[in-house]
Unconditional design. Sequence first.
Length: 311
Amino acid sequence: MSLPDYEGWACFAAVADSGSFTAAAASLGMSKASVSKAVTRLETSLGIALLHRSSRTVTVSTAGAGLLGEANAMVAAATAATEAARGDRVDLAGPIRLAAPMSFGIKVLGGPIAAFLAMHPAVEIDVMLSDARHDLVAEGIDLGLRIATMEDSSLLARTISPVAASLIASPAYLAQHSTPRHPLDLAGHRLIGYGHRERTSPLRFHRGGEDATVIPTGPLFTNNGDIMIPLLIADGGIAALPDFIAEEALASGALVRILTDWSLPQAYLHLLSPPSRLRPARVRALADHLVDTLKRSCTGAHTDHLALGTS
């Protein structure tokens, strides 16, 4: 059995990532001709075209797209093995790709990342903020932060913290429409939907031995909570939101908490990484730093808030 063409896979992954043989060659420290030769050799051995080439563009073929995740995983594993062998003999240096939810990244991540870069100035962090779920392996992402009730996954997950959340509305809205005393009272209110679930997915409340289910009805459903704050302040309805999104409006009194003696399914802040446990030292260091510094970011100042699931 012949050995895999590691050089060919690395060159294919670099071209697919950059969209250019020239850029791939520069990133790999190789000549453009050598990169082209390596990819062609790999395609010949596989009997398929991984890339479509023209005089102006390079695009990934359908077959290549199906194999790109494996190629990225192979390159990442080889890189991690090399760096693990070097151990502490070298300073932390090189790129890290980090994905995080949009609102959480904007409101919480800046300080921890700045502190890490101050400690390790040779590290370069590429932060991707999006409320969409990234495929860490296929997209070559080293670490991902996710707020969710985790489902079974091949990804490695470290649970950082529960996420404090509150059911909130403006005082004026509550004065006009009355303050709910029980979750079933929400049926007569405008509920602003938030999360990655379907618009009609129910909100499930629990208190002691009592459960209650409410179907959200309202004029807005979104996967990003920041857009909801102005609508809520303008007396637009009621919503369940993580405290890190609503904390300023709550602190100012523009919004207030309701039904604080009820809970929703608990969600947690997780740090995810690809399945291989062999990771570059810089990635392990950032992972440890984020776990240490983010534990207090989502718990809030009180312990009686709702817990919000945003799967």
